[in-house]
Ligand binder design. Structure first.
Ligand SMILES: Cc1cc2nc3c(=O)[nH]c(=O)nc-3n(C[C@H](O)[C@H](O)[C@H](O)COP(=O)(O)OP(=O)(O)OC[C@H]3O[C@@H](n4cnc5c(N)ncnc54)[C@H](O)[C@@H]3O)c2cc1C
Length: 457
């Protein structure tokens, strides 16, 4: 539990047959209706969610189109993932080589007055470089048979009957085989919206909105002597100076560091909080060169609707980022894979995919697996990040060896470790003690009681 708190942290592009003339003819793939022998699925967005969905679909021999507007781009992201993701998604072990998506780090949370040192030196948090990870995952989906289309999806035309196809309208990006800016369309039976926090697919199906945090990050290349310090160390900072409701971070990226922070409640002040993080780490980053400045919204809770008709949302488009830690990469990849497998399973069994199938096979299974955890982390964020006293309590708890083991197990491996009852009891008492000291427990429990159960939407 507390460890999660610590982190925060075709291939045929277009075949010759499909080439547009210089007069920008539209490219259209037509899906016939009920007598089809192949299911056609478009996955919009090639981040961890989309690439994982496409891989699962293509592995089941579904005709899969993965549409990404910027295959050479990099999503602004801290890049911290749980250790279990490496194995679960067969990502190469961390190394400092340019080809490896991840480098290793151990976390250290710091409040204005305290710093907790990690006590499990053999374990680490992989830190991904998204520019490497995303193309690695997309290439793997392509190797299973997904067609990667390089283009910006501009709209989705909904069918007027359950047997008609959806039409994806997109504008091609420059590639070897196509002219940039060519309007194209693609007809498919099922759509997976994996196009991130500003999802156009979500808009097209009227999925409703969510509140979002803003996260700001600077990539800084440090002089070699300073980079040594961060070679295998991730730092998290809490305090009113770095964020009123989140944490600031310095995450290693093999050959540079990412320094950033986030907030929901005070977005216009994000640069002030970034200055706060910088001033906390000033001596350690002095002489560094800023190589990139990036900012992006982070969803705060699931959208009111995540499945509509034969369209399903996954990853950030659905709103799957945990509060408290701001962790979204693992949940994006997991939800993408789960959704892709649900579609493939349904097609295999029934030869047709309908809204009720997506609801039952994907959405319900997702909610059964994760909604409690998301709600719990939401509560923890309110409790611990609400005041400096709460933040001090958080870092104090994180200094405890037993808390570290339990939290490492639950964060890194996404499972609750079997605890020792008397230690659990002690931990429970200490937690309640620190929360009472922070004066926030009663207040938050009262609010929770007033709002009652139900998904925070
Ligand atoms: C600054 C920052 C730091 C973060 N740090 C962490 C962290 O340390 N650990 C962690 O787990 N999470 C972190 N997150 C959250 C994490 O980045 C997201 O949860 C994760 O990237 C979600 O993956 P996704 O595939 O759903 O969406 P995205 O990664 O946003 O991918 C969406 C893809 O869709 C493409 N796309 C969008 N619109 C279109 C369109 N119209 N047509 C075609 N393609 C389109 C985009 O180019 C992009 O490639 C951070 C977020 C931010 C902003």
């Amino acid at each position: 539990m507390a460890s999660i708190l610590l982190h925060h942290p075709c291939h045929q592009l277009l075949t010759a047959k499909h080439q547009p003339s210089p007069k920008a003819r539209r490219f259209a793939v037509r899906a016939s209706s009920s007598s089809r022998s192949a299911l056609r699925v478009a996955v919009v967005g090639g981040g961890p969610a989309g690439a994982s969905a496409a891989e699962a679909l293509a592995s089941a021999n579904i005709e899969t189109y993965l549409i990404e507007r910027s295959p050479s781009g990099a999503k602004p992201c801290g890049g911290a993932i749980p250790l279990c993701m490496l194995e679960e998604f067969s990502i190469p072990r961390p190394s400092s080589t340019a080809a490896s998506p991840a480098c290793a780090s151990s976390p250290r949370p710091t409040s204005p007055s305290t710093s907790a040192r990690p006590s499990a030196p053999h374990e680490h948090i992989p830190m991904l470089r998204r520019e490497v990870l995303d193309s690695f995952l997309r290439s793997r989906a392509e190797s299973k048979g997904a067609r990667l289309l390089s283009g910006l999806v501009t709209s989705l035309t909904l069918p007027s009957s359950p047997d008609e196809p959806y039409t994806i309208n997109y504008v091609s990006s420059p590639t070897d085989n196509s002219i940039a800016g060519t309007p194209r369309s693609l007809e498919v039976d099922v759509v997976v919206g994996a196009d991130g926090a500003n999802s156009r697919v979500a808009k097209a199906i009227d999925a409703g909105s969510y509140t979002s945090a803003i996260a700001f990050q600077e990539r800084i290349r440090l002089p070699p002597s300073k980079m040594d310090h961060y070679e295998d160390l991730a730092e998290m900072y809490v305090g009113g100076d770095v964020s009123p409701d989140f944490y600031g971070w310095v995450f290693p990226k093999c050959d540079h560091v990412a320094v950033g922070t986030g907030t929901v409640v005070s977005k216009p002040d994000i640069k002030k909080y970034q200055a706060g993080v910088r001033s906390r780490v000033e001596p350690k980053i002095a002489g560094g060169e800023v190589i990139k400045v990036e900012a992006h919204p982070i969803p705060e809770h699931p959208r009111p609707r995540r499945v509509r008709g034969r369209v399903a949302l996954v990853g950030d488009a659905a709103g799957y980022v945990t509060k408290c830690s701001g962790e979204g990469i693992y949940f994006a990849a997991k939800s993408g894979r789960m959704c892709g497998e649900a579609i493939a399973r349904t097609w295999e069994r029934k030869g047709v995919v309908r809204e009720e199938d997506l609801m039952r096979e994907y959405l319900r299974k997702w909610d059964d697996g994760y909604s409690v955890m998301f709600r719990f982390l939401d509560l923890l964020q309110k409790v611990f990040y609400g005041s400096d006293v709460g933040r001090e309590a958080l870092v104090e708890l994180c200094g405890d060896e037993y808390v570290q083991r339990m939290t490492f197990d639950s964060y890194l491996y996404k499972k609750m470790a079997a605890g020792v009852w008397w230690k659990d009891l002690g931990l429970g008492c200490r937690t309640v003690g620190t929360l009472i000291k922070a004066g926030v427990l009663g207040r938050e429990m009262e609010k929770l009681g007033r709002s009652g159960p139900g998904v925070d939407q």
